[in-house]
Design a protein around this ligand. Structure first.
Ligand code: FMN
Length: 209
């Protein structure tokens, strides 16, 4: 079992990483392999809406100058996901938004029917808006949202401050344990032939009537 934890911050070892690390350590204590994947600090293009990923049917984005396709390839091998991002102006950071738009548009099918947790980090405010924003990726992609006893966020401007957020860090550990539990349940289900339901052919309506 492997969980991919995506760090959508420009800081490789910042606050978002500190939260994801806590969750990853909890997962590893439950025997789950983890990898924290940094989207990088360079430019990340937004989705051009060109549709090339859909036409090729290969779960790859046509842009190759950032780590999106690498993340999709790793996601294909993973059994579960964490999507973490810092709050910038009460939303997730711009690069994280651009990265996830393309990762899900081109590679959403490799993550469908698998469990995912979202995590946001902020100095002070905008956390629930950013949390909602991240949850929308997993909600539109037939993914299983990992539960917690609180909304998944940590506070702090530096990693040293984040580790002082005892409630936030506890939430990260709970998410890790709950993810491990869901992965075990899914494994047992698969072994007993309980598989995801076959979806109906998708209906796309551009107008409501
Ligand atoms: C451009 C920018 C905008 C930010 N906007 C907010 C904000 O709206 N609310 C907030 O609480 N913190 C805000 N912050 C602070 C970061 O969210 C906070 O320091 C975060 O924990 C950094 O995580 P990181 O180290 O993983 O990048 C902002 C930081 C930057 C650089």
């Amino acid at each position: 079992m492997k969980v991919l934890l995506l760090n959508g911050s420009p800081h490789e070892r910042g606050c978002t990483y500190t939260a994801l690390r806590e969750a990853a350590d909890a997962l590893e204590r439950e025997g789950v392999e983890t990898e924290i994947f940094h989207i990088g600090a360079g430019a990340v293009r937004g989705c051009a809406g060109c549709g090339a990923c859909r036409r090729a049917g290969e779960n790859r984005c046509i842009f190759v100058d950032d780590r999106v396709n690498e993340a999709i390839a790793k996601a294909e091998q993973a059994d579960g996901y964490f999507f973490g991002a810092p709050v910038h102006y009460a939303s997730i950071a711009g690069a994280a938004s651009a990265f996830l738009d393309r990762m899900f548009y081109a590679g959403g099918s490799v993550m469908a029917y698998k469990p995912a947790a979202v995590v946001v980090s902020a100095r002070r405010a905008g956390t629930t808006a950013a949390y909602d924003q991240l949850n929308k990726y997993i909600g539109i992609n037939n993914m299983l949202a990992v539960p917690c006893h609180y909304w998944n966020m940590v506070h702090g401007k530096t990693p040293e401050e984040v580790v002082q957020d005892e409630e936030g860090m506890q939430c990260m550990r709970a998410l890790g344990r709950n993810m491990a539990w869901m992965l075990s349940m899914l494994k047992v289900s698969r072994e007993h032939g309980v598989l995801p339901p076959a979806p109906e052919p998708r209906i796309h309506t551009n107008f409501i009537r």
